[in-house]
Ligand binder design. Structure first.
Ligand code: MN
Length: 206
């Protein structure tokens, strides 16, 4: 099985003005597409791995032969993380942003006090990542939600944490519009969070 670049669930300009169309197009058709190509190239060397999902490969790096382990970590992680990222956003006009409802809202209150405190803590974690990486809200093995960060394209799955909301803070995600102003990108991104998807991620297979 070869992996394919998934289509975005909205047009490139749908997240304007918070995330600009040109950034979305390059991010999807160049960056994400390259992770998919390189993941497929790596797996061609070990066809026995091809039935496995990226989730399985990331959760169990020991299953991956050493000669492609780094490639699978970087490009499998890149493919998985970006597939998550696109779905976890939604145009503001269609109900993106705002505050979560349902069970995830309750879980956030329980773990962080209130939504404003959670948002502040998550934003600080994302802004504070040195170099390239991701900020995440994850579920750990005990069902607790917590904020974590990962470097490069590492996935929380590698630590048996289930990603429920991820934010890409690589410069390629924001540089055209925000240049070095990562905190401004983060603040704008909250306007397009797809809380229904976050709820689904926290319940189902994500
Ligand atoms: Mn990216």
């Amino acid at each position: 099985m070869k992996f394919d670049l998934p289509a975005l669930p909205y047009p490139y300009d749908a997240l304007e003005p918070f995330i600009d169309a040109r950034t979305m197009e390059i991010h999807h058709t160049k960056h994400h597409a390259t992770y998919v190509v390189k993941l497929n190239e790596a797996l061609e060397k070990h066809p026995e791995l091809q039935p496995k999902s990226p989730e399985e490969l990331l959760k169990s790096p020991d299953l991956v032969p050493e000669d492609i382990r780094t490639a699978v970590r970087n490009h499998g992680g890149g493919h998985f993380n970006h597939s998550h990222f696109w779905k976890a956003m939604k145009p503001r006009a269609l109900g993106g942003g705002g505050e979560p409802k349902e069970k995830i809202a309750e879980a956030i209150r329980k773990s962080f006090g209130d939504f404003a405190k959670f948002k502040d803590e998550f934003s600080k974690a994302a802004a504070g990542i040195f170099g390239s990486g991701w900020a995440w809200l994850v579920l750990d093995g005990r069902g607790e939600i917590l904020i974590v960060t990962t470097p490069n394209q590492d996935s929380p799955l590698m630590k048996n944490q289930k990603p429920i909301l991820g934010l890409d803070v690589w410069e390629h995600a924001y540089y055209l519009k925000y240049q070095n102003r990562r905190p401004e990108y983060i603040e704008n991104w909250w306007n397009v969070v797809n809380w229904e998807q976050v709820e689904n991620n926290s319940q189902g297979s994500g």
